[in-house]
Ligand binder design. Structure first.
Ligand code: GDP
Ligand code: MG
Ligand code: ZN
Length: 351
């Protein structure tokens, strides 16, 4: 943020007067409109770095970080949103501008919410980096679950295998074969070690000019990888919480950070926990990208793609056009979603 010039007497007087007015309006219960149109500068483009309740930290195109109020008519505002802001001509103690409007999103990440049904947690993400690892164990089941969740959002997924320093000669052929299968159906795959740094430069190139999120199970090395790419990430988060006095929120709200080597990261515990929550079976099938050619060509409309007569997916699998591993993982996902649904019904029945 830019350095502040010392205030003139007139400025001080106006600030005091504004402060009085603000307090009065707070009494009237209308803090959001405390900045009047006449005291706001021209409209400009900004990006939501972080959202805290009625406020948002906005980065202007000039690279200035400003804490803003949010107009009441704005329904939803999350990290990554592109917005129109107007900066206050005089900055009050905490608020430097107003978010006037939000541009349409080209993508969004959401999660189920106890109160709102589905809650958007980040917007305008370009790629979802699915981090997996050879330790504790390499599993395509988990990767496929993340791939389905990513495909459902329409955001491009990329697979990152971390901890390759721990990949044994014994395990290597199976892991390599699995990664080749993903490449064969169009996914990019990166092998890295955040510990010894191998492959990290290729990740830097991947991140450039994009807004990325890292997702994956606990323990795969997301934090380690992010630290390798963004050595001062902690510093940056600490910075904002100090200024805002809202430090407790910084751990839960998503935040947009700039990689020194280019590109942006949107991160929060919630973002990292992005997962497959609930999808209808047909949607899961569509999220298996190599199934798409066959979807709609099965004999029966409600085909379960298992032992159903005239199933085009099963035929493709038997022809070797769909990998066995993927075919099996599809059915595992369908079964697990069914179980979840039953569990939920059971709970509801007993509530
Ligand atoms: N050998 C090795 N260990 C790693 C690597 N990356 C992370 N780890 C270790 O894996 C553990 C989990 O890493 P962490 O970054 O906390 O995973 P997260 O839960 O996904 O954030 C830690 O003990 C890390 O030191 C790596 O590339 N190689
Ligand atoms: Mg971590
Ligand atoms: Zn079928």
């Amino acid at each position: 943020m830019s350095k502040k010039k010392p205030l003139s007497q007139g400025q001080r007087r106006r600030m005091r007067a504004n402060h009085e007015k603000r307090l009065q309006r707070k009494d009237a219960g209308d803090a959001v409109t405390e900045l009047q149109d006449s005291s706001l500068g021209p409209e400009q483009l900004g990006t939501v770095i972080s959202r805290f309740g009625q406020h948002a930290d906005i980065e202007t195109e000039a690279g200035q970080l400003v804490r803003c109020n949010i107009r009441r008519n704005i329904q939803s505002l999350v990290t990554g949103d592109k917005v129109i802001v107007r900066l206050a001509n005089e900055t009050t103690a905490t608020i430097a501008g107003v978010v006037e409007a939000v541009h349409p999103r080209h993508s969004s990440l959401s999660r189920p919410d106890l109160y709102d049904g589905i809650k958007v947690i980040a917007a305008n993400i370009d790629q979802i980096l699915i981090v997996s690892s050879v330790v504790p164990s390499f599993t395509t089941q988990i990767i496929d679950r993340y791939l389905v969740a990513a495909e459902d959002t329409g955001i491009v997924p990329v697979i990152i295998l971390n901890k390759i320093d721990l990949l044994t000669a014994e395990e290597a052929p199976e892991v390599e074969a699995a990664l080749k299968r993903y490449q064969a159906i169009g996914y990019r795959v990166y092998q890295v070690s955040s510990l010894d740094g191998s492959g990290v430069d290729s990740i830097k190139a991947l991140l450039k000019d994009k807004v990325s999120v890292f997702v994956g199970q606990s323990g795969v090395g997301k934090s380690s990888l992010i630290n390798a790419l963004l050595p001062d990430a902690e510093l940056l988060t600490g910075d904002v919480s100090e200024n805002s006095g809202l430090g407790q929120h910084t751990t839960t709200t998503a935040r947009l950070l700039h990689f020194p080597s280019g590109g942006d990261l949107v991160d929060s515990p919630g973002v990292r926990e992005f997962a497959l929550w609930h999808l209808p079976a047909e949607r899961v099938g569509w999220c298996f990208v190599e199934f798409r050619d066959y979807i709609g060509t099965c004999k029966f409309r409600d085909c379960k793609h298992k032992n159903d007569p005239g199933c085009a997916i099963t035929a493709a699998y038997e022809d070797g056009k769909i990998a066995e591993d993927r075919y099996n993982n599809y059915h595992r996902i369908i079964d697990s979603l069914d179980e979840q649904r039953h569990a939920r019904h059971f709970r509801n029945d007993n509530d």
